[in-house]
Design a protein around this ligand. Structure first.
Ligand code: PXG
Ligand code: PLP
Length: 435
């Protein structure tokens, strides 16, 4: 590779990367092939997205076939059969009555779309004063102006101006005494943490609040598993005050927790679900927002303009993405991958928690096929230790993800037990070698 100058890489220390690049050249099953022709075991499903494993033939063929038939068709005032076929199939995967689906091209667009639907919905039903949006500390909802406003990552916000006004944040759910090294959902603090929403309601009044948006399990900021009862309590408070509850399931969707969605796993009914990533097994970019029939019907019944929602993307329902999506959902069904993830979750839990006595480890968290391993930060050099572990793992043929000083693991749902053992053994070794 001669010249790395032109590509301004996303969320990357460009100068450091370009001095020592890591390039991936091919992918199949559980493995990447690196540019220098090494096999790299993928413990992160790419970026939490290749849930069915890499290079799935059915998906590739569906994309090839569609590209040869029709490259693109507009969905503004027009349509094409695959967009309807895909959303119908996807509706069959959705929990509760979240059967109306708006298509986007990414999770960021899904998050911004959901927030806009919430605001417009409240207005549509005569609650136009309900404009406030409530997010959470340490939340990631992508990088659009809406998503970073309700998001809880200071760095993602601080240089970008005033953003949305009328936003408030719940406390994050991490760090309750007694919850360290919890296996699965932590025991303590769920009710109190959710009751913070009551305080926000008391502060602003329910008549000003449109929606609450949360990730069922916060992924990006280090695998923060909600304590028992937390999401149930959020739902109850939202019901009490007539506030919409949005689950951002860009990571927790499509089997990651061992159920189709986090809403299924926790048995909590959101009013909307944001999704992306695993929706097409990442083969073509796509995102979506599923909304309840009640929300959709309100738009159809109350809209005073022919167009019910003034929102959409050139590529909403792109034919190649729809083709990839149909093939992906077919694989999830045929191979029972969500049930497979559920059946591996116990093995995964014990494997990840076996690192409890490894060097530098201060906490371990898990749910479904997600694991978070938190390291003691190096004095005066936050994130440096985790980055060194990342580099060492990569050199040993393992791709992990690090965020701050936390290792976040999310293997494809096709992972075998022996590969889980390799992941854990490699991380242990890398931790041991890291100062
Ligand atoms: N919501 C959630 C909950 C996410 O996890 C997005 C929205 C945005 O999706 P797009 O497709 O616009 O990136 C995400 C994305 C990481 C990592 O390493 C996580 C994400 C993206 C990139 C890296 O944790 N999550
Ligand atoms: N900017 C300009 C000038 C455009 O014409 C469009 C779409 O027509 C957009 C941005 C939005 O692009 P997209 O629909 O791909 O999000």
């Amino acid at each position: 590779m001669d010249n790395l100058d032109s590509f301004w890489m996303p969320f990357t220390p460009n100068r450091a990367f370009k001095a020592k690049p890591k390039l991936l050249a091919a992918a199949s099953g559980m493995y990447y092939t690196s540019h220098d022709n090494r096999q790299i075991l993928d413990a992160t499903s790419g970026l939490w997205c290749v849930n069915a494993g890499h290079g799935r033939r059915q998906i590739t063929e569906a994309i090839q076939k569609q590209a040869a038939v029709m490259d693109f068709a507009p969905t503004f005032n027009m349509g094409h059969p695959l967009a309807f076929a895909f959303t119908e199939k996807l509706a069959g995967f959705m929990p509760f009555d979240l059967r109306r689906i708006f298509l986007t091209n990414s999770g960021s667009e899904a998050a911004d779309t959901a927030l806009k639907i919430a605001l417009s919905y409240q207005r549509m039903r005569g609650q136009g004063a309900k404009t406030r949006l409530i997010g959470r500390e340490r939340a990631y909802h992508g990088v659009g102006f809406g998503g970073i406003s309700v998001g809880g990552i200071v760095r993602n916000r601080m240089t970008f101006g005033t953003l949305l006004t009328g936003v408030d944040h719940l406390p994050h759910t991490h760090g309750v005494p007694g919850n360290l090294f919890s296996k699965g959902e932590p025991e303590h603090g769920g009710t109190d943490l959710a009751d913070a929403l009551e305080r926000i309601v008391a502060l602003h009044d329910a008549s000003t609040i449109a929606a609450v948006i949360v990730e069922p399990v916060a992924g990006s900021t280090g695998v923060l598993v909600p304590p028992k009862g937390y999401l149930q309590r959020l739902r109850a408070i939202c019901d009490k005050h007539d506030i919409l509850l949005i689950f951002d399931e860009v990571i927790t969707g499509f089997g990651r927790l061992g159920a189709a969605f986090g809403a299924d796993y926790f048995g909590v009914r959101p009013d909307m679900i944001c999704m992306a990533k695993g929706i097409t097994n990442a083969a073509v970019p796509m995102g979506a927002v599923a909304v309840s029939n009640r929300i959709y019907d309100t738009f159809m019944q109350a809209s005073e303009t022919p167009i019910e929602l003034f929102h959409g993307y050139t590529y909403s329902g792109h034919p190649l993405a729809c083709a990839a999506g149909i093939a992906t959902l077919g694989i999830y069904e045929d191979e029972g991958l969500f049930a497979r993830a559920a059946s591996l979750a116990g093995y995964w839990q014990e494997a990840v928690h076996s690192l409890r006595d490894a060097r530098h480890v201060v906490d371990i968290r898990n749910l479904g096929l997600v694991g978070g391993i938190e390291l003691e930060p190096r004095a005066g050099a936050a994130t440096a230790r985790a980055l060194e572990v990342f580099d060492r793992c990569y050199d040993k043929g393992l791709l992990i993800r690090v965020t701050g000083d936390i290792i976040a693991l999310s293997p494809p749902l096709i992972v075998e037990k022996a590969e889980i053992d390799t992941m854990v053994a490699t991380i242990r070794e890398a931790l041991q070698e890291t100062v």
